[in-house]
Design a protein around this ligand. Sequence first.
Ligand code: NOJ
Ligand code: CA
Length: 597
Amino acid sequence: MGGAVYEIYPRTFYDSNGDGIGDIAGIIDKLPYLEDLGIRTIWLTPFYPHGGVDGGYDIRNHKDVDPEFGSIEDIKRLIEQAHNLGIKVMVDFVPNHTSNKHEWFAQSCDDPEGQFGNYYIWVDPKKRGPNDPKMPENVVGGDRLVGMPEEYTVPNNWTSIFSISEREKLKKQYGGTIPEGVKVPAVTAWVWHPGRRQFYLAEFTKEQPSLQWANPTVRKAQTDVLHFWFDLGVDGARIDVLNHILKDPELKDEEPVPDGEYDPNNDNPHDQKTQKYMVSYKPVLKLYIPQIQAVADKYPDRSIQFVHEDWITALKGDMSGDQISKLRPELDTAFNLARLLQTNKEGWRAAIHKRLLDLYHLAFFTDPDLIGGIPNEVASSHDVDRVVTRLGWHASRAAALIMLTAPGTPYIYQGEEGGFPNVRYEDIPLRMRRDADMGLRDGERCPMMWSRRKNAGFSDAPAANLWLPVDPNYLELNLEDQAKDPCSFYSLYRALLHTRNSSEELSHGGYNPMETDHQDVLAFGRSHPEERRQYITVVNFSEKEVEVAILNAKQNLARIAISSETVLTEDRSKVIRLDQGRIKLKPYEALLLEPVA
Ligand code: NOJ
Ligand code: CA
């Protein structure tokens, strides 16, 4: 793909018609901004007709645009105008589930024997014996089992990824803090359907039934969706929760996560970390991904790209075992989520990030299965707290410098370039909370802050009509003002992107692990193997000022090109002797050193 990808969450990017909701025409209006920032590809999260429960990931019709965002004509215009500016367009492909309002699901419910009868994962109920427990241990029905006859129980202990509501209920029950030793139950992944007198599987909300990927007709229907968008001119797809698409056909029980090993973001005894049985991973790689890849092969004169969301590999702790990127490295990559998971206060250690960067990026130059592949870096998305909220102001500027000087494709989430923090949960009025997951992801999805104008320049609508509220701090944080400040977050991103885009070494060069003489300082180099000069990224992970020597630089002389703290540096003209001198770094500062000709 080449260059940085910018993730757009259309609802809160830019509202062109004043109804309070961002739209496709709004994205078109902002293309020149993105081009000027140095973006080479945009990825749009779902803009399809949806059921309104999971930020668009509950699709009602895969081949259309929800009227609140615009029309197919608008998308065609967006593709054309983006292409005119040299910007590629990626869409979100959601293979695992649909909305329960999708025509396929309606037909599947009405006619079990019909064409769509086996489109979803339907399971007959089990009768429990007199001594059998009503529900598996630590699993509750929530509002999913309404109408289920007393003598039945769910098919197994699989649980919904969105079980956070149970934690919130318990918090209320205990007046704010859940006492130690009280386990938070998870909600079953099964939903009782009184009409079919069967359960259907729904690992996210109950309104998102999981498709039966073992059914070849489903696979064909879903790959047709990709054809539809590629025929329209789209250049690639981000593939949603790929690690979920195939379930264990034997429906074996999941092992609960051992105490103390829960995902801290999802205090749930059956979180994704150990979903061993729910997910049958290998067949996905062997049978299903090739079918997705075959779609790209129909467009031999285009360089179509796929990027896959695979939490299973990421949660194992590093991406060196990433199997997806090895299938056809020039076509598929998995998001490098392992480092994202350490981009927080606890994980911000030089040793942790050195290990992850070295393992991952070197593999793309040394592992024969990965050579020719495209590594990536990603620090935030519409699913995780914003990076400033996780790391604080200074370290997140350093994180940006690492991401934008490492090899491969950087993925920037809208507003990351402005250093926007999450809007605080307390600042989102109850009536405005949108996220299926108890509003917990709303904070990172609040509107872009473009200017000092009303609603931060996001929309002309009355504030009460906005999809989500604007950060009350927009007068300090907006992008228009930041553009005038050479040291702002925005100026840092823009400088890094422009430097990267104009440097062959930073765009396509190799990755050189480097050593320093300070345990809190990480360094890596970027150069082609035959070259004797390199760009060097050097990062102070500590809150103290440090002086450090880089031990294995290729060249002796360098100059500071960009500082994460000040962007432009007064030292720009000063030549540093890497073989003799020591480099001074402010607390949490990262520097990009450029070779001296
Ligand atoms: C991953 C998406 O990024 C997230 O926003 C969504 O809730 C889940 N997939 C379920 O579709
Ligand atoms: Ca609008």
